[in-house]
Design a protein around this ligand. Structure first.
Ligand code: C2E
Ligand code: CA
Ligand code: CA
Length: 545
């Protein structure tokens, strides 16, 4: 229970942490996006103001162009009516003045624009020769843009005066754009017109978004500026959407964090890999008994998957997947290490006791198992000569030559090799016997037949003959009754394993059993009397009854 809860917790925490990453990205991306939007808005405002100013100047210049012949070199030649007509017909032009080449007002006596203060330098537009200056007429308080066309050689110049308010547009203010201030300025920096051009921008520049656009035709710029906060407020829906989006992502990641471990739990190979890492595959030991002496001569290692919740899963439920996934190799290593650690001391004191491991066809495809065996047992409390390996007759070995080499290598280490499940394989025993093994294990099926169908027991006699001819030992498996014990012993079978003696036992119980029926006096390794096992079995039977 605890690990599962913890796994969920870990998943949830990972989910939250993972969720933080995209949420941070979203927030950042959103900030960038809002910032870009704000800049675009301000830029658009500035471009509109600039285009408007250019149009006003265009209008003034068009008006001035019609006066080309109306001004000569002398005030007396001036067609005052034509000049006044321009003031009436050209919207932005409120006055017309005549200037000499250095910009001084002339011909004021004709009722034309009189002298004014220059508030800026006069700047010329490249190419057209149009000159712009910000001036303040002596009699008014507001600024005026003076637009002067290039005068004909030697002639007096004419200037159009455009009041500042001609440059301001009445734009419908949009949400958040209310605080955008746009100023139109000469490119030398003097403000022509703008919302409160006298006041400096009210906040420091970092707190404002400021965008400047330059005119391509006149020496003019438009600057739009607004407090960042006010603009961001205009995008509050977006920010809300972004925040909700981040929250949604966070929730999604959270859900994934919780679901992934769950999904992983449903991925059997992943689950098996983690179980290997957590040492959940544990060896059980089924005693192998000498039928003559009653002594435990060894044990077969049978794997069990002990899950964290206490469930003990039998091999039939996971060995097939372990084999197809290849994880069986790692599981076998884990079993060998666990066996060495658990039984080492007891087996060191009982050098005649053997331990058998089950191998699969994969183990005989190359010599990895030989290296594994050495790595685990070389120099350990369990001698290599105490080891046996079983290869089942059920599975066909693809590469018989390699299998023989692996078997020979194991035997070279001092280990013994057995053919398991003899009698039920499809490969045929004769081909298996080419492997040069040390003993065979008769399948439970033939042992079962002993009590029921007497005629199939001839199979056992045949196997006994065969084994004796080939100098192989025989172990009978799945022995459940004393009748079978007697039969096997009478037919020359020396060793057996089965429930009649003991089921596969966890290490601690197997060690207890070893001590109970084969007690060692200090410094002595004498065989236990056969009666000890008989007594043990009798106790088991009466306990079971
Ligand atoms: P096996 O190698 O033929 O192992 C003998 C099976 O018969 C074991 O089943 C054992 O518990 C069971 N058995 C022993 N005595 C009796 C008996 O008196 N009556 C009955 N009905 N059954 C008895 P288990 O432990 O469930 O293992 C099943 C099979 O799983 C094994 O058959 C073996 O093929 C495979 N296996 C078990 N452990 C390993 C392992 O570590 N590696 C590999 N590759 N296969 C393993
Ligand atoms: Ca076996
Ligand atoms: Ca078997």
């Amino acid at each position: 229970m605890v690990p599962r809860t913890r796994r969920k917790l870990v998943g949830a925490v990972a989910g939250v942490l993972l969720a933080g990453v995209p949420a941070a990205f979203v927030t950042r991306a959103l900030d960038d996006y809002v910032d870009r939007q704000i800049r675009e808005e301000a830029g658009a405002g500035a471009r509109r103001a600039l285009a408007h100013a250019e149009r006003r100047i265009d209008q003034a210049i068009d008006g001035l162009a019609t006066l080309a012949g109306a001004v000569g070199t002398d005030c007396r030649e001036i067609d005052v009516h034509a000049l006044n007509r321009i003031v009436v017909t050209t919207t932005p032009v409120k006055e017309i003045g005549v200037l000499d080449s250095d910009g001084t007002a002339r011909c004021a006596e004709l009722g034309l624009a009189a002298h004014s203060w220059l508030l800026s330098r006069e700047v010329a537009a490249a190419g057209s020769g149009v000159r712009l200056a910000v001036v303040r007429p002596l009699d008014v308080r507001h600024r005026v843009l003076r637009v002067r066309a290039r005068p004909a050689e030697g002639a007096l110049g004419i200037a159009a005066f455009l009041p500042a308010d001609m440059f301001m547009r009445d734009e419908p203010t949009r949400a958040g754009a209310g605080q955008v201030e746009v100023r139109v300025m000469l490119n030398e920096g003097t403000v022509v017109a703008g919302s409160d051009h006298r006041a400096p921008w009210p906040q420091s520049l970092e707190d404002r978004v400021t965008v400047m656009v330059e005119s391509e035709r006149y020496p003019l710029v438009a600057v739009a500026s607004a407090p960042r906060a006010a603009l961001a407020a205009g995008h509050s829906e977006l920010t809300t959407i972004g925040t909700l989006g981040s929250a949604a992502i966070a929730l999604l990641m959270l859900a994934l964090g919780i679901l992934l471990p769950w999904r992983d739990r449903n991925n059997p190979i992943g689950e098996m890999e983690r179980a290997i890492a957590r040492n959940e595959f544990v060896p059980y030991f089924q005693p192998i008994v000498d039928l003559q002496s009653g002594k435990v001569v060894g044990a077969e290692v049978l794997v069990r998957w002990r899950k964290p919740d206490g469930e003990v899963v039998p091999p039939a439920r996971f060995i097939p997947l372990a084999e197809t996934s290849g994880l069986i190799l790692e599981i076998t290593r884990a079993l060998m290490r666990a066996t060495r650690d658990e039984l080492g001391p007891a087996l060191a004191r009982r050098p005649a006791t053997r331990i058998a491991f089950n191998l699969t066809a994969q183990h005989f495809a190359n010599e990895t198992i030989v290296a594994d065996v050495r790595a685990v047992f070389d120099g350990s409390a369990i001698a290599l000569s105490q080891l046996a390996f079983e290869v089942t007759e059920r599975e066909r070995l693809d590469d018989l030559a390699t299998a023989r080499r692996v078997i020979a290598a194991l035997q070279g280490l001092g280990c013994r090799v057995a053919i398991d499940d003899v009698g039920i394989g499809h490969g045929g025993l004769s081909y298996m016997l080419k492997l040069g093994v040390d003993f065979i294990k008769i399948d439970k099926m033939f042992v079962d037949a002993i009590s029921t169908e007497r005629y199939t027991t001839t199979m056992i006699d045949t196997l006994v003959d065969l084994a004796q001819n080939m100098r192989m030992d025989i172990i009978a498996e799945g022995v459940e009754t004393f009748e079978q014990v007697a039969y096997l012993r009478d037919h020359g079978i020396r060793m057996a394993q089965g429930y009649v003696f003991a089921p596969p036992l966890p290490g601690s119980l197997f060690l207890q059993l070893l001590e109970a029926i084969d007690p060692l006096q200090p410094g002595q390794s004498a065989p236990a009397p056969a009666s000890a096992l008989a007594q043990y079995v009798a106790e088991r039977r009466s306990a079971a009854a």
